[in-house]
Write a protein that binds this ligand. Structure first.
Ligand code: FAD
Length: 478
């Protein structure tokens, strides 16, 4: 049977673009369909715009620091439209690069939505039907908003980059990395930020002490963080709300929820489980993401999907249908850009280079760009002590740059070490540039370095990271 293409990729995000380019470089005939903007979540509404907003928000503290270091600087206001327009120019530029990279690799681009018709056929929103020997689904994920009346008044991370104006106040709902990062970003940009998380501590899954210090640091910088707290009701604020008539008053049973009659659009009235009522300019839901598998024709092609809507794949990213593979967030393995890219490379090695390559999901370093920032690799103390006897090395201190500027911010450096093999099982850093540090410490941990090998490395002085090689005694064993 002859096919139109050797590979048809659905989704032009981190994983899809990489797979298409590298497969085409092997001489394969490749096509890619993208329904929105080339570059996907990471470039258009994820890592890149978010990190640029982290940089923008960081200047708030730098004015004070600069004065402490002897500079004569005046504090200025942040101009969102000025920043936003520049941000979007940068995203346009990056999108152009992605598109040109594909074109330069002879990948045929279809600016259309695609769905599967059968294991070898894709139907585009333009009506075209195309066949391929292999189909790679790389459709990513999207934010989910809780189901409750009034939830449609809120926004998600998709919309935050497009706002006409910065809100004066915002309620961020969620405790994951996206919620916590935006709490810091918006707080730094001068927004009055409240964060609700229904769990006992933000950043579930990360090391407990690191989570604790991040939460404390965020509070110290001004984020009004409420744990064990959620929204009970939300609706557009009415004239009466805006006059302060419904504030902190218990809501009568049977009171209508949803958008009230005569409601104004300039404010969202929120009643919370902690008994407070308040009007916010915006509510941002960062309450999780779901794989983009709806209306993708997976049923028609016979591709199995898991309980959370994710495409089920094996270690080679192959689905139960031999011609269909899936990579990236749509498989709900590890939702990070470099992981989607690794999965793409392994897919091409396996399918187009005859070199079956499983994806290594072990010991993935990652950063959370909260303020303070968190860098992490390997096991948390809580995970490690359930597996084997461990030693914990930990230090917390005020770094010299902050101490000099009179800031209270503290740094945490922590190593979780196996008592038996002496290997460093986990490394957790809360500090400025923790993401940069963990990338490098991650190489040693991935190589299986022992605590003694860390210690044999001479310290770089004066730095924060030198503490990673100078912690002599464990603070505890478990
Ligand atoms: P995506 O990049 O989501 O790409 C999927 C593409 O498929 C999209 O462009 C979509 O429009 C398209 N598509 C979907 N359905 C169809 C269809 N039927 N037909 C055609 N096209 C379709 N990761 C990090 O590593 N570091 C970070 O700091 C980081 N920060 C983030 C911040 C935010 C706010 C968010 C939301 C995510 C962040 N991520 C971060 C996660 C990262 O963006 C994702 O893990 C990564 O983009 C996944 O790549 P992907 O190729 O699987 O999917």
């Amino acid at each position: 049977m002859t096919f139109d293409y050797d590979l048809f990729v659905i989704g032009g995000g981190s994983g899809g673009v990489r797979a298409a380019r590298v497969a085409a470089a092997t001489g394969a005939r490749v096509a890619l369909a993208e329904e929105y903007r080339m570059g996907g979540t990471c470039v258009i509404r994820g890592c890149v715009p978010k990190k640029l907003m982290v940089f923008a928000s960081g200047y708030a503290e730098m004015f004070d620091d600069a004065r402490a270091y002897g500079w004569d600087v005046q504090e200025g206001d942040f101009h969102w439209p000025r920043f936003r327009d520049r941000l979007h120019k940068e995203l346009d530029r990056l999108e152009g690069i992605y598109r040109r990279l594909l074109e330069g690799s002879d990948v045929q681009i279809f600016d259309a939505r695609a769905r599967l018709k059968d294991p070898h056929t894709v139907v585009l929103s333009t009506g075209e039907e195309l066949t391929a020997k292999h189909i790679l689904v790389a459709t990513g994920g999207r934010p989910v908003v809780p189901e409750m009346p009034g939830a449609e008044l809120g926004i998600t991370s998709n919309e935050i980059f497009l706002l006409d104006a910065m809100p004066k106040s915002i309620l961020i709902v969620g405790g994951g990395y996206i919620a916590s990062e935006f709490a810091g970003i918006l707080n730094g940009l001068g927004v009055d930020v409240t964060q609700f998380y229904r769990g006992a501590q933000i950043l579930r899954g990360f090391d407990d002490e690191a989570r604790g210090l991040v939460a404390e640091g965020m509070r110290a910088k001004g984020v009004d963080l409420h744990l064990g707290t959620n929204i009970i009701e939300m609706r557009a604020a009415t004239d009466a709300d805006l006059r302060g008539e419904n504030m902190a008053a218990p809501v009568e049973e049977g009171q209508p929820v949803g958008v009230a009659k005569g409601a104004q659009t300039d404010g969202i009235w929120v009643k919370a489980t902690n008994g407070t009522t308040r009007i916010y300019d915006q509510v941002l839901f960062a309450t999780g993401r779901t794989p983009n598998t709806e209306d993708l024709g997976l049923d028609a092609a016979g591709v199995k999907v898991g309980r959370r809507g994710e495409i089920i794949v094996d270690e080679y990213s192959q689905t139960n249908v031999p011609s269909v593979y899936a990579i990236g967030d749509v498989t709900n393995r590890v939702q990070l850009t470099p992981v989607a890219i690794r999965e793409a490379m392994a897919f091409v090695e396996t399918v187009f280079k005859g070199n079956p390559t499983p994806v290594d999901h072990d010991l993935i370093p990652s950063a959370v760009f909260t303020q303070p920032e968190l860098g992490t690799i390997g096991l948390t103390e809580e995970q490690a002590r359930d597996l084997e006897p461990i030693e914990v090395y930990c230090t917390s201190f005020k770094p010299m740059n902050h101490a000099f500027a009179g800031r209270e911010d503290r740094v945490l450096m922590k190593l979780v070490v196996s008592r038996e093999s002496r290997k460093v099982l986990g490394c957790h850093i809360v500090a400025d540039h923790a993401g940069e540090m963990i990338q490098l410490a991650g190489i040693a941990v991935k190589m299986g370095a022992t605590k003694e090998e860390f210690d044999r490395t001479v310290a770089v002085h004066p730095t924060m990271a030198e503490e990673l090689v100078t912690m002599k005694e464990p603070v505890r064993t478990a």
